[in-house]
Write a protein that binds this ligand. Structure first.
Ligand code: ATP
Ligand code: MG
Length: 383
């Protein structure tokens, strides 16, 4: 029996653990190769970063220079500019030529380059701009850094594809100025494709609305869930390839229990596979799946209980109603009566609070519990 678990969660999945997304991959690859500025939007854990990583890998094989930066990893605007400049320079330049290149490419802003060996033992370097103090300095630095991709493309006669992940974090740095500076720089960069990926749909949608700098900057891709049938079949095929034959319908049951959120699907499949493998099993049944689910709920019990305790009574009642009603028609008289909820406006307030705490998410007109395991816990352990 194969010893490695074929299901992966909590990290960016690469080709082997990748289900579906054929059309999205083709489209993004084409858009980036032709220098488009693409907005990629979905709720958390749908697979944006995995999709972007996969497409960038493909482009790198076609001799496109690729750069990936997580905007939300920086704690300030200047910090972001440093990490972005570092990533651009690193993509472009062999270590040996680094010093010359940084001084040539970043002419106006005097970078400080430090060479170090990171914890991994890989040679590395950091880039800092200690001379940047005022807002004006920052604006000058931003203009230089945001212009870099086009300069690198011209120098190397090569196309670039740049992914700025968790892009919604840009708005937190400096109001509109960061957005304006970036938008102004990218719009003329014909040889550089950008994908701005973000996991807070409401913030991302606002960034591309009228009067905002990125309005009509380029195509918008709203990543959907994976087709549940395709995903279910894919799961069963991967069980089989790893030496465990899944009972018909097991894949669909996993997708369903996991709310068809890719992360949750892979988590449940991974954990079920582990239990089966440990027991030396060669077949998997729905009962096995439920045994794994029960184990996971037991392990998370304390965490879920604490989360439940933090909610007000009105929020708990609204949450239970979401679980039992599949999140639909939450404000209707019917649902409110059935679950003994109060008036529509106080239910609305409870729902808003639950969304704010990230316990539930809005999906169109309905509400879903963000963590599918928590949903199962609420369904089984609360009254
Ligand atoms: N196409 C896919 N096929 C199978 N599993 C996937 C796929 N895409 C994502 N996943 C699963 O979902 C998990 C989360 O994916 P990823 O980190 O790419 O999502 P994300 O949308 O970037 O999330 P976040 O918004 O939290 O950054 C992955 O670790 C993997 O388990
Ligand atoms: Mg991500």
């Amino acid at each position: 029996m194969a010893a490695t678990n074929p299901f992966v969660y909590g990290e960016i999945v690469t080709s082997a653990a990748f289900a579906d997304r054929e059309q999205e991959r083709d489209r993004l690859r084409r858009d980036l190769a032709s220098g488009q500025k693409v907005f990629l939007i979905s709720p958390r854990r749908y697979g944006k970063s995995s999709l972007v990583r996969d497409v960038l890998r493909g482009l790198a094989r076609e001799n496109v220079l690729t750069v990936e930066v997580t905007v939300a990893a920086s704690s300030s605007y200047v910090g972001f500019l440093e990490s972005y400049a570092r990533a651009l320079v690193a993509a472009d330049t062999p270590m040996s030529r680094l010093r010359r290149w940084t001084s040539e490419l970043l002419t106006g802003v005097r970078p400080e380059v430090r060479f170090d060996t990171a914890a991994t033992g890989e040679p590395g370097f950091s880039l800092a701009f200690p001379a940047v103090r005022t807002a004006r300095d920052t604006a000058r630095l931003a203009a230089e850094v945001f212009a870099l991709p086009a300069r690198i493309a011209a120098e190397r006669k090569q196309k670039l594809a740049i992914a700025l992940d968790e892009f919604q974090a840009l708005t937190a740095f400096d109001g509109d100025t960061a957005e304006q500076a970036l938008r102004a720089a990218v719009q003329d960069q014909r040889a550089v494709g950008y994908v701005f990926a973000g996991s807070e749909p409401s913030l991302m949608e606002r960034m591309i609305s009228p009067k905002r700098p990125f309005y009509k900057a380029g195509p918008v891709v709203r990543l959907q869930k994976i087709d549940p049938d395709v995903f279910g079949d894919w799961l069963e095929a991967r069980f089989k390839a790893s030496g465990i034959k899944a009972e018909a319908g097991l894949g669909a049951a996993i997708v369903d229990l996991a709310g068809n959120v890719p992360y949750d699907v892979q988590r449940l499949a991974h954990e079920a596979w582990d239990d089966l493998h440990e027991a030396g099993r060669r077949t998997a049944t729905l009962d096995d799946l439920h045994a794994t689910l029960t184990r996971l709920l037991g392990e998370q019990h304390t965490v879920f209980e604490e989360s439940w305790q933090r909610l007000t009574l009105a929020q708990r009642a609204a949450l239970r109603a979401i679980v039992l009603e599949d999140g639909r028609e939450m404000l209707s008289a019917d649902v409110r009566t059935r679950h003994r909820l109060s008036g529509a406006s106080s239910v609305q307030a409870a729902l808003t609070a639950l969304v704010k705490q990230d316990v539930v998410m809005k999906d169109g007109a309905s509400y879903v519990v963000t963590d599918s395991l928590y949903r199962e816990w609420v369904a089984r352990k609360t009254f």
